[in-house]
Design a protein around this ligand. Sequence first.
Ligand SMILES: Cc1cc2nc3c(=O)[nH]c(=O)nc-3n(C[C@H](O)[C@H](O)[C@H](O)COP(=O)(O)OP(=O)(O)OC[C@H]3O[C@@H](n4cnc5c(N)ncnc54)[C@H](O)[C@@H]3O)c2cc1C
Length: 548
Amino acid sequence: MTTGTCSTTIAPVDKVPKDLTDNDVVVVGSGAGGLVAALTAAVRGLRVTLVEKAPYFGGTTALSGAGLWAPANLHVLAAGQPDSLDLAREYLKHTVGDRTPTSMQDAFLEAAAEVIAWLEEQGVRFSYMTGYPDYHPGLPGGLLTGRAITPKAMRGPDFAAGGHPVHPPLPMGAGGPPIPEVGPEGPVWGGQSLIAMLLTACEDAGVTLLADTAFTDLVVEDGRVAGIRAGELTIPARAGVVLAAGGFEHNAEMREKAGQGVVARSDWSLGVVENTGDAIRAGIALGAATDLLEDCWWAPGFVKPDGTPSFILWERVAPGGIVVDRDGHRWINEGTDYNTFGHVMLAAHAEGRPVIPSWFVMDQHFLDTAGFAGLRPGADPTPWVEAGALVRADTVEELAEQLGAPDLVATVERWNAAAAAGVDDELGRGAPDSHERQLLAVFQRYPGIAGPHEHPNPSLAPISSGPFYAGQLVLSDLGTKGGLVCDEVGRVLREDRTPVPGLFACGNTMASMMGHSYPGPGACITPAMAFGHLAVTAIADELAGAPR
Ligand SMILES: Cc1cc2nc3c(=O)[nH]c(=O)nc-3n(C[C@H](O)[C@H](O)[C@H](O)COP(=O)(O)OP(=O)(O)OC[C@H]3O[C@@H](n4cnc5c(N)ncnc54)[C@H](O)[C@@H]3O)c2cc1C
């Protein structure tokens, strides 16, 4: 999914400290999972404190485009999409498969649409992402025109966030298509809008929100988690602690230990730097089981001259850019969804193929119309060339020479023939009803994005107008997806599958019920919100003596 952007940030306001000793629930982390958990607690009448390590709220969620994959939700149905929970169940069977328990997949499906409807009641508004495809629309249950929604955009002046500071957005173009820059009037959209609406709702409902407060440890009394420590501060929780502190993408040691090998590189990750696995380690210390630690929400990335990574999403579906290995061969349908792209890249690397890094190859026409990695369409790439981030040559032969990729010339010739014919026989890019062709059509409706071209296949354009360019493609991630094993209401489980009393998790702190898959836009954030909501609902029901 695309990157959320806005140009508006606001200063923190002084909050009157509330009594931190009086909590039913303590939540750790303020991404979508943590904020929904805290909001659920407050709306259910529980006393709740949320601690956040960063000086602002929102985590990686605030950087995201906040596509939300919530099958059969009210907006998708209102838009006339032929969706149902049964259809989505079928789709998960073919994407997630048996990598995670069916009961967890069902728990998500039952909760996802419900949490969206419930959030609407709390003033958090969404709309259908018109036509944004599932990532495997050809599989049984998949939908070419998708089942994802996105938070409603807001005007810049309405970006109040309950008076709390929101994590600043990524620079424009570090993820999605290069839509025009926006000023203070906005609109503010994606993750920025979602976090702002959630913070406003939390503030109104009476959640105590503490920024700059890093969770360090769990407090256990009589075998039950009874609170947290944040440095010198101890914050008790009568009924439960919800760990929603993201993954461990910025802990190179944990990544190495988890077997992530060549990609155990935090400097390639797009997750927020605070996500260092603190909550996962605290759970493990109490005997919690873990799963999927070797995996991430993968994303092809490009490291810009300033050393920060860009998410290469739009560029791979825009016509006229190809991905080649270091010998110059295309090795993947460029428009493959980012998570599958990562898995294929890792598998090819394991077989000894020179794909990490790969090269993204394009011509001047591509740079002028699509831009690249935050370089706006038509911008002068010379500073990036001089910094060594892009390689430039007058001919494809010279580019091949500079890259030391002898087969690039033949590859570009074959690609140009495919563009002329309108069919990519080699890797099937841009086939009718393919995810990448549909996604391109969606992006071409965004403001400021060039429309369809004159070539026979909308996804294929020749690489023919020099100069020619190449940029290194690395394997970045949107966060890790392995973590603490949880049950259907987010209770953290031990190896013997008994719960750790009083301990819950959601988001990337929890081993994802999506297994190794990424079924569609929003497959990370919606489960985070669903299990945050389920966890606190279970806590509140237990306090109220209600049956689960
Ligand atoms: C560019 C980009 C685009 C994306 N687009 C999408 C999309 O459209 N849809 C989608 O589903 N996903 C998307 N993702 C992925 C998604 O944003 C994340 O996987 C998801 O937001 C994780 O949510 P979370 O609540 O688990 O963690 P986060 O949102 O990262 O929140 C975790 C919070 O915990 C805090 N924390 C960490 N350690 C501590 C501690 N010790 N004490 C207190 N607080 C702590 C962190 O500071 C952070 O604020 C995108 C990611 C990126 C980078």
